[in-house]
Design a protein around this ligand. Structure first.
Ligand SMILES: *Cc1c(COP(=O)(O)O)cnc(C)c1O
Length: 398
């Protein structure tokens, strides 16, 4: 058996490969440069063009681009009217921002468990947590795979709840043939560099509801409106604008919009390559009982953001920490997505305790995300596979 690098053996690679990274090409650079020397470098024509493109890609009636994905979630939470005394049901396996947006509004996140096979929010768990105080559900399309949107929409309709979809992982994904972004009451996207396409920092909210759209637009710019219909003191004076509520400055610059327009055009190519890598990994790991793969549901045509391997603890002599460190030493650098949000000490201090979501907690003990991004070369993909097999063979009980 090959000696693991962590015990002094030769690593599978000499240079590290990380779980994710952006792909910026020459035409992206040129698009940004052109925007930088134009008249308007924030909230200019590129922002409008980008919003139109997002509408056409997602099929949503309205899109509001903002400074990052967390700002998108915050504005969606405000537009949905989250306030003190409200409860909002949130996926337990997600980035903290999905729950933080509830806290920003003084409301209480209630964590729901995941399906142990798809790792997405389990609608049955959501149903059990509904109380008279429940205001909304924040559901995450984890790894890019669409959450069970039909079930969640039915639950929300029945109980008068708002459905906010955190699609930070899922730009380009379709659910039953319909693009993510046009299905929930509001859908939030992130364009952070690890996501499928990037504007450095950036985000968006899409919706089909005109009222929500108007509110999102206002909240993005300080709560200020130039629309007379929205004013308490309407006037047609050209200089007049009115702050009608407390908003923020969550605008995106036009040079970031230029980058995202350029990146959006590449989405089909980026998605296809990610799909190819996913298929290669699936093929390589399918006959390894030590590694459990995420179940794919037929309803989701997925642009995959993350590739997760889950260890079968019964067939390995090591725990996740040892496996992770061993892989890292081979220069294949995984990451863990995610720890249950309520394990964070901030949430612990608010009184959340272990045991709330058993499936999520078990999931966290056993998983890691291996490299998946557009510019990963075939050689790098094979190195990842070789390293996973090497570590598995070393620790495997078979
Ligand atoms: C990245 C991410 C966010 C936050 O997006 P930012 O643009 O980094 O603020 C929110 N939710 C999920 C699930 C994410 O992966």
């Amino acid at each position: 058996m090959e000696e693991l690098a962590i015990y002094g053996g030769r690593p599978v690679r000499e240079t590290p490969v990380y779980y994710g990274r952006q792909c910026i090409e020459q035409d992206d650079v040129e698009a940004v440069t052109a925007a930088l020397v134009s008249d308007l470098i924030t909230c200019g024509p590129r922002t409008t063009q980008l919003e139109e493109m997002l509408c056409s890609i997602t099929g949503a009636k309205y899109a509001v681009v903002v400074s990052n994905g967390t700002a998108a979630l915050h504005l969606a939470a405000l537009a949905a009217g989250f306030a003190e005394g409200d409860e909002v049901i949130v996926s337990s396996i997600t980035f903290a921002a999905s729950a933080n947006c509830v806290r920003y509004c003084g409301a209480v996140p209630v964590f729901a468990d995941i399906d142990p096979r798809t790792y997405n929010l389990d609608p049955d768990s959501v149903r059990k947590l509904i109380t008279p105080k429940t205001k909304a559900v924040v559901a995450v399309d984890f790894t890019g795979q669409a959450v069970k949107l039909d079930e969640l929409r039915a639950i929300c309709r029945e109980h008068g709840l708002t459905l906010i979809e955190d699609a930070a992982h899922a730009i380009g994904t379709k659910y039953k043939g319909q693009p993510v972004g046009s299905i929930s009451d509001m859908t939030c996207f992130s364009f952070h560099p690890v996501k499928t396409i990037t504007s450095g920092e950036g985000g968006a909210v899409t919706t089909n509801d005109e009222q929500l759209y108007r509110k999102l637009l206002r909240l993005r710019t300080h709560g200020i409106t130039r629309n007379q219909e929205e004013m308490v003191h309407p006037t047609d004076a050209k200089w007049y604008n009115e702050q009608v509520e407390l908003g923020y400055n969550y605008r995106l610059t036009d040079f970031q919009a230029a980058l995202l327009i350029s990146q959006l055009r590449k989405l089909p190519r980026f998605s296809a390559r990610r799909r190819e890598i996913v298929e290669r990994y699936n093929e390589a790991f399918k006959d390894m009982p030590e590694i459990i793969l995420q179940e794919e549901i037929a309803e989701s045509d997925t642009t995959r953001h993350l590739y997760i391997i889950r260890l079968n603890p019964e067939l390995l002599h090591c725990d996740r920490r040892q496996f992770f460190d061993a892989l890292y030493a081979e220069n294949i650098c995984p990451q863990v997505h995610y720890m249950p949000v309520y394990y964070h000490s901030y949430y612990e201090k608010l009184g959340y305790t272990k045991g709330i979501c058993p499936n999520a907690e078990k999931f966290y003990e056993e998983v890691m995300s291996i490299p998946l991004y557009y510019s990963l070369t075939d050689k790098e993909v094979e190195d990842v596979i070789r390293a996973v097999k090497k570590v598995t063979a070393y620790y495997g009980k078979a």
